[in-house]
Design a protein around this ligand. Sequence first.
Ligand code: SF4
Ligand code: SF4
Length: 413
Amino acid sequence: MNRREFLFSTLATFALAALPKLTLAEEAAVSEAVRAKINPKNKLGFGFMRLPLKNPADQTDIDYDELNKMVDLFLERGFTYFDTAWMYMGYESEIALRKSLVERHPRNKFTVASKLPVGMIKSKAEQEQVFNKQLEKTGLDYFDYYLVHNINPNTIDNVRNFDSFKFVNDKKKQGKVKNVGFSFHGDADMLEEVMKEYADEVDFVQLQINYIDWDNPGIEGRRCYEIVQRYNKPVIVMEPVKGGSLANLPPKVEQIFKNVEPNMSPASWAIRYAASLPGVMMVLSGMSNLAQVEDNTAYMQNFVPLDDKEKRVIETAVKALHDELQIPCTACRYCVDSCPMKIAIPDYFMLYNKGANGRGSNPFKAYKGAYDKLAQTYGKASSCIACRLCEKNCPQHIEISQWMKKLAKVFEA
Ligand code: SF4
Ligand code: SF4
């Protein structure tokens, strides 16, 4: 099967109806109270979820020489917000934050966000244990921002049963948390429900917003943003570059941006798109090397929102992107721990996406070596038993077990 046939067969499997329609960010009413909490010159947050690695097959083998330089430059350029979580980087992210930031810089030069992993917690009492351990891992006395992590249809029962918002607000009363929020991975109807129930207990909401998912029915970025504005809360944006996929565009899509601004990176368009929304307080970028920090901070230092002409350019790019088929994996790794076969799901998806955007009659061949290397440590795609445990945790609603069959054909044939 050549690439064209392959893409055609895949298109037949995945409903085109699920693709987003082409619309641009319009301004929902944003209250003065929300605007007052936003500093347009400090809208870039450093996400500690894709840190530089010495060994790409080991998420915990962090390259501290590189990371320290990244942290220093980020602070030097006037940014302050760092975002970590309990399970990022194989549970090592909070420790990396302590070593690279907390132990090397004065406390008044930065703010830190971490999260209560409510989907992984088994009892109300465990919340206290995890929270205390997080303070120990990060070396902090308090979190500037603390979120109930990843509210979605599979975790909301825990949030209710464990009284998670009361727990976090008690920590706020004790001075161990300054601002309370939650990150959200459900649909807009569910968000409305959550806001009705908990809006009085939160200071901000973290949403998945990027230009390709603004009107994607599976993500509903626009509707979610509008709901949060109705409740007068500032938004923190996660996945503005969709796990890197909007930073590594297919060549013909990248060219659309280069034709207009030859010196600006594709990531700059995606991050500025999210930051241009007036209700957005912070845009998180999961930076993996010094070059990305240099790039992100350069255009966010003197941030200028997108103008109408630039929004039209993005619209053209969205149209072109719809012609390219990719797995919409953001490399959040929420699926990884649940897989009984220890399959390197996001790493295989990244190789597949690179292959799908390659050239030649077998563009996947170039990535087979990297696949084989990963498969020496992790389960192969063909070892998938279709239990679908991973799919319950996937915020992008990817049919992972179906994709595993395709990946096995492409990389193991
Ligand atoms: S469906 Fe496959 S990839 Fe997903 S958890 Fe089960 S074995 Fe792992
Ligand atoms: S498959 Fe889904 S859960 Fe797993 S890393 Fe990708 S986006 Fe995250």
